[in-house]
Design a protein around this ligand. Sequence first.
Ligand SMILES: NC(=O)c1ccc[n+]([C@@H]2O[C@H](COP(=O)([O-])OP(=O)(O)OC[C@H]3O[C@@H](n4cnc5c(N)ncnc54)[C@H](O)[C@@H]3O)[C@@H](O)[C@H]2O)c1
Ligand SMILES: [Zn+2]
Length: 452
Amino acid sequence: MTVPVGALDRHIALIGFMGAGKTTVGAMVAARISRLFFDLDREIERSLRLSIPELFRQRGEAGFRVIEAERTLETLRHNRPAVLALGGGAVETPAIRKALKDHALTVFLDVELDDAWARVARTARPLAQDAEDFRALYDLRRSLYEETADVRVQDADDIVLAALGIELGGDPEGDALIADERVLELHPLEFVETHVAGPKTLSSAERLWEELRLGRDGTIVGYGGGSTTDLAGFVAAGYMRGIRWISVPTTLVGQVDAGIGGKTGVDLPSGKNLVGAFHYPDRVLIDPALLETLPPEELRNGLAEVVKTGLLAGRSLWELPAEKMIRACAAFKAAVCLADPFERRGRREILNLGHTFGHALEAASEYRLPHGEAVALGLTAALRVSGVEIPEVLDVQPVRVDRERAWAALQRDKKARDGKIRLVLLEEVGKPVVREAEPAEVRKALDELIAD
Ligand SMILES: NC(=O)c1ccc[n+]([C@@H]2O[C@H](COP(=O)([O-])OP(=O)(O)OC[C@H]3O[C@@H](n4cnc5c(N)ncnc54)[C@H](O)[C@@H]3O)[C@@H](O)[C@H]2O)c1
Ligand SMILES: [Zn+2]
C-alpha cells in the first residue's frame, strides 16, 4: 500500500452545521470501525473546564476560535487515525481547513435548516439564539462545508462507505481495463487498454503483467465478479511493485463482499486463494443495475452472503429492496475491514460465519456444490450450534456428499490445540462471537447438512 486510500490510514473528520448530529453519528461510526472518537467541542470544554457558552462570554467568538484551532490542529495531528466531530464553525479557520486536507477524510454531514433549528433552538448554544441569524449563518457556512469536504453524507453508512472509497454509481475511470469477457460483452466499456481477465490463476496474472503497458502512475480497473476483481487487484499489487486500482464488481457476491476489503489473489492447483496480497482499491464502484444480467445461480450465491451479513449485523437485510440491501451489506463489510484492515486484529474473522461448514461441504463435493448453497447450509449449522433460530430465508435441503470427507476437510483447517474446533457463532442475531466448540457437537451439526 503506497498511497492513502479513503480513510484507511487517516482520520475521518465530520464537519457540518450545529444540530446535524455530528456527535451521534461520529460516535456511531467510531464504534463500528473500532476507533477513538473525539468531539472537539467536548474536548475543549473538558480541557478548559468551561462550557462553550461560558467561553464565548469570557473571550468572545474570536477568542474561542483561537482555542478551537489549537485543539483541532493538535487532534488532527494525533498519530492514530480516529473519528473527529468538529465544531460547526471550525471550518471558518483557514489553518483548520488546511489541516483537514493534510490529515483527514473530511465528510460533510448534511442537515435541513428546519431540522437543525428544531434540534438546537432553546439550547444555550451561543449561535442559536435567534432564528434569522441562524438561517443567515446556515446559508453562509453551507458553501464552506461543501468546499472543504471530500464527500457529503447523510448517515453512518455513507461515512463508512466513503472511508473505503465505495460509491454507488460513479464512472469507472482508469488507464487499463481488466475485464471478465462475458461482462464486457453484456456491458461494454471503452478503455484505451483492455485486457481479458481469464481465470483467477498465476498464469493469467503473468500474462496480464506481460500485456500491460502502464507506467507506475497508471490505474487498473478490475471489471467483473470476485474472480476478476481478485485477479485484477493482485495484478495491480504486483505490477511495478504496486500501482493503483479501481474495483468495479459486477456480481452480487462482488458488490457485497469480494470487491471490497483489499484482499486480492489467485488460486493454485493445490487450493483456493493460496497466493495473494492486501492491496486496497482507491475506489469501489457499485452499480446494482449490472446485476440484471446475472444468472439466477450467481444471484443465489450472493444472497447467501447477504444473509450472512444480515445475521452478523442483526438486521434482516435480505428483505430490503436490492439497492438498499447492497448498500447496507457493503457498508457492513467496509466497517469490519476498517476495524481490521490487514487481518491482524481478529475482527475480520466474523466474516467467516457459516464458512467453516460451507468450505467442508464444498471440498467434499470436489467444488461441485455452489459456494452460495454451501454457505447457506453452513449458516444453518452455525445457527444450530449457536442455539439461534434459523430464519425462513435459509430454506436448505441436505446435500449428498461423503460424510467422512466433509468431516476430514472441516477438521483439517480448523482444529484448535486442545482438539476443540474454533468457530464463528452467534450469541444472538447481531452478536457474533468466536469460540471453541466440542468436536462432537460440530460433527453432529455437519452431519445434519448431509443427506444419506
Ligand atoms: N477478495 C475477497 O475478499 C473475496 C471475498 C469473497 C469471495 N472472493 C472470491 O470471489 C470469487 C467468486 O466471485 P463471484 O461469485 O463474483 O464469481 P465470478 O467472478 O466467478 O463470476 C461468476 C460468473 O458470473 C458472470 N458474471 C459476472 N458479472 C456478470 C453480470 N453482471 N452479468 C452476467 N454475468 C456476470 C461471470 O462471467 C462468471 O461466469 C472466488 O474466487 C472467491 O475466492 C473474494
Ligand atoms: Zn463466501
